[in-house]
Design a protein around this ligand. Structure first.
Ligand code: SAM
Length: 227
């Protein structure tokens, strides 16, 4: 079938956003802030889910996805491996029992309801692959190298697929990393790996008002269950 590219339906693929969160983190987390902003998550949750739907984050962090989802009338569930972060996030949730402090590599061993939407940003392995950039969080699988980390994300997102309803979407926010002349195509490696488990529907480019790991933009990658 021939399509006229000028008249075909196009996705809105480009958004400019301020890269800051409204809520200040407690002193103990200063220097450890890897949240995405509420204003990034809110339109995604509104677009891809409805009131009463289940929204999930396998790397819940400080709970941006979960708390915004609850504020919008969704049921929020998640996993976070860091006990202090999980405690912080639970204290801000209306259904704190829905956040499990656990390892998303073992997602299938936990009980979650079927989900309508997952919105997440995985931990970046920057300490290992780009020593000139430092963050404090560890990344699953990175102890055996970058490829192992990417495979581990694939393994985790395959388990997310297992709890997705047929029409559910998975949205992963990730950027490429640039440091000291070296570029690690992290976002594209994640897209390629996760595409083996789910159907890649395209990306939206988020242009931030400041640099994030060497670039001023990240990708918001949308996946659906393979049909
Ligand atoms: C980029 S942060 C997510 C931040 C979140 N989007 C927010 O706005 O707060 C990634 C999170 O994944 C967590 N994490 C790392 N490995 C994990 C694992 N194997 N299972 C669950 N969580 C993990 C880290 O502790 C970190 O909080």
């Amino acid at each position: 079938m021939r399509g006229d590219l000028r008249t075909m339906e196009i996705m809105n693929t480009y958004t400019t956003l301020e890269c800051s969160c409204t809520e200040q983190l407690p002193e103990e987390f200063v220097g450890d802030d890897d949240r995405f902003p509420e204003r990034f998550v809110e339109p995604l949750i509104k677009e891809f889910s409805e009131t009463g739907d289940v929204v999930f984050d396998p790397f819940a962090g400080f709970g941006t996805t979960l708390t915004v989802a609850e504020r919008l009338g969704r049921r929020a569930y998640g996993l976070e491996s860091d006990a202090r972060r999980a405690e912080y996030t639970r204290a801000r949730m209306t259904a704190p029992g829905n956040l499990i402090c656990g390892d998303s590599k073992k997602l299938s061993s936990f009980t979650f309801p079927l989900i309508d939407l997952a919105v997440t940003s995985p931990p970046y392995p920057v300490r290992s692959v780009a020593p000139s950039i430092t963050v404090r969080k560890e990344s699953p699988g990175i102890e055996n190298g970058y490829d192992s980390y990417i495979n581990c994300l694939r393994y985790i997102f395959a388990q997310v697929r297992g709890i997705m309803k047929p029409r559910a979407k998975l949205i992963i926010e990730a950027g490429n990393l640039r440091s000291g002349g070296q570029v690690i195509p992290l976002a594209w490696d994640i897209a390629e790996a996760v595409s083996r488990e789910l159907c890649f529907e395209g990306e939206r480019i988020i242009k931030w008002d400041r640099s994030n790991f060497g670039f001023d933009h990240t990708y918001c990658m949308v996946f659906s269950r393979k049909r």
